[in-house]
Design a protein. Structure first.
Lengths: 112, 116
C-alpha cells in the first residue's frame, strides 16, 4: 500500500519568513496530493491540492510543487503570519475521492 | 447541513464499555471515511464507504471496531469493550464520488474519546 513520509515534524519560523514542508510517497499510481491544515480542536481543512498533470500550483501565499519522477511534493508558505500556526498534513491517493494516506504531520509555529 | 457533523464532540467512557460515534456527511457525498488521530499523531485510516460497494475495512485495528452506513448517509462507528489505547480523536470525512471528486475530503470536527 501507499506510504507517505513528511518532514520536518516541527517547524518554527519568524513572522514574515517562508516555511517549507516536504513529503515523499511510495506508490507511483498516486496522482492526487492534497494538503490539510488542522487548528487546535478542529478537523483538518483542505488548503490546496495538486494533481499529477501539473508540477506547481499557487494560491496567494501558498504553493505546492510536485516531482513525480522523484515521488515527492512540497508545501511552501510565504510571508508567514501568526495565523498560519497549525499542524499541516500532506496526503496522497489515486483519485480525489478515494482513500487518502496521510503523512505524520508538521507542527508549524510562527513567532511574532 | 453545510458541513460534516459528528456527535458527540466529547465522550468519556469506562474501560470495557461499548461506545457509538455518529457521523452525518455532507448531503450528496457518496464516499465516507473514518480516521483516528491519537494525541499529537497523524491520521490513521480506519474504514471507507463508497456508495453501495462493500466497505474497505482494512484499517480497523481489531474486531472490537465496526462501522455501518445506513441508507448511504449517516454512519456509526462502534467500539466494543473499550480499552485505554482506544482513547483518541475519531474523525469522519465525506467526499463526492470517488475518482470524479474535484475537491476531495471535507472533515468533521471529530469526537474526542477518553477511556478511563
Amino acid at each position: 500500500g501507499e506510504n507517505v513520509e513528511q518532514h520536518p515534524s516541527t517547524l518554527s519560523v519568524q513572522e514574515g519568513d517562508s516555511a517549507v514542508i516536504k513529503c515523499t510517497y511510495s506508490d507511483s499510481a498516486s496522482n492526487y496530493f492534497p494538503w490539510y491544515k488542522q487548528e487546535l480542536g478542529k478537523g483538518p481543512q483542505l488548503i490546496i491540492d495538486i494533481r499529477s498533470n501539473v508540477g506547481e500550483k499557487k494560491d496567494q501565499r501558498i504553493a505546492v510543487t510536485l516531482n513525480k519522477t522523484a515521488k515527492h511534493f512540497s508545501l511552501h508558505i510565504t510571508e508567514t503570519q501568526p495565523e498560519d500556526s497549525a499542524v499541516y498534513f500532506c496526503a496522497a491517493s489515486t483519485a480525489a475521492g478515494n482513500k487518502l494516506t496521510f503523512g505524520g504531520g508538521t507542527r508549524v509555529l510562527v513567532k511574532p | 447541513g453545510a458541513g460534516v457533523s459528528q456527535s458527540p464532540s466529547n465522550k468519556v467512557t469506562e474501560k470495557g464499555k461499548d461506545v457509538e460515534l455518529r457521523c452525518d456527511p455532507i448531503s450528496g457525498h457518496t464516499a465516507l471515511y473514518w480516521y483516528r488521530q491519537s494525541l499529537g499523531q497523524g491520521l490513521e485510516f480506519l474504514i471507507y464507504f463508497q456508495g453501495n460497494s462493500a466497505p474497505d475495512k482494512s484499517g480497523l485495528p481489531s474486531d472490537r471496531f465496526s462501522a455501518e452506513r445506513t441508507g448511504g448517509s449517516v454512519s456509526t462507528l462502534t467500539i466494543q469493550r473499550t480499552q485505554q489505547e482506544d482513547s483518541a480523536v475519531y474523525l469522519c470525512a465525506s467526499s463526492p464520488s470517488g475518482g470524479r471528486a474535484r475537491r476531495g475530503y471535507t472533515f468533521g470536527s471529530g469526537t474526542r474519546l477518553t477511556v478511563v
